[in-house]
Design a protein around this ligand. Structure first.
Ligand code: MF3
Ligand code: CO
Length: 236
């Protein structure tokens, strides 16, 4: 899993660095595909439950699973990029949200709080803890900064399948769910909205957007629980 997750991290770093005004997300999708095959890996999302692309590109009020489009990014946009790969029997999964050009102070704060909430979550991915300690840590952190945590989508176990048990919600009471054990690998992925946590899925059957039109951000790492603490696998 270290191997595939490193590939995911490298592709996502390259692609996110290209997310500048004037670039289209369909170009970013093409880049992600051409890069992943250079590593002899396969894109994990393309064809998964019928998802038509390799890279999820969720712009502004889009929460997750947005489709890449042939429209140039504009200064002030925030863009969530979610990418997964398959290599030698295993999956890796990661996401980042990037500012496109200069963004408003609140958009920047949303991005920073969401990324930091993933950090807080990972700090709780330690043996002897329980699964919902991770969930609770995200919720407390995000809400203390005045934002809300999406309920309708969750993180997940990951390994020989992209989505494995257990589900990893980003909210809830601590001390519940399975005990965290060395060898478990989780894709932890807080999705944070500027205002209400309510989301809906568009007619395309995939794109999740905020109901109130407010901004949304998303960060994800694939994390292994080890005797020596959490190991972030999707890191270059
Ligand atoms: N990171 C998302 C997830 O774990 C991406 C899935 S997109 C899909 O669910 F197309 F594969 F569904
Ligand atoms: Co995921």
């Amino acid at each position: 899993m270290r191997v595939v997750c490193r590939i995911v991290a490298e592709v996502l770093l390259l692609v996110s660095a290209k997310a500048k005004p004037g670039v289209t997300t369909i170009e970013l999708n093409r880049l992600a595909e051409s890069e992943v095959v250079k590593h002899k890996a396969k894109p994990a999302f393309k064809g998964y439950s019928g998802y038509p692309y390799s890279l999820c590109c969720s712009l502004n009020d889009q929460v997750v699973h947005g489709f890449p489009v042939d429209q140039p990014l504009r200064p002030g946009d925030i863009l969530s990029l979610d990418f997964g790969a398959y290599y030698d029997g295993f999956y890796g999964d990661a996401a980042v949200t990037v500012p496109v050009g200069d963004v408003t102070a609140n958009a920047a704060r949303l991005i920073n709080v969401t990324e930091a909430s993933l950090g807080v979550a990972i700090d709780h991915a330690t043996c002897n803890g329980r699964l919902s300690d991770i969930s609770n840590a995200v919720q407390c952190y995000v809400e203390s900064h005045g934002f809300s945590v999406v309920r309708d989508f969750v993180g997940h176990g990951i390994g020989r399948k992209l989505h494995e048990a257990p589900q990893v919600p980003n909210y809830g009471e601590p001390g519940k769910g399975p005990k965290l054990k060395p060898g478990m690998v989780l894709a932890i992925e807080p999705m944070v909205n500027e205002k209400s946590y309510e989301v809906k899925v568009l007619e395309d059957g995939w794109t999740a957007v905020t109901v109130d039109g407010s901004l949304s951000a998303h960060f994800e790492h694939t994390v292994a629980i080890t005797d020596n603490g959490p190991e972030i696998l999707t890191r270059v």
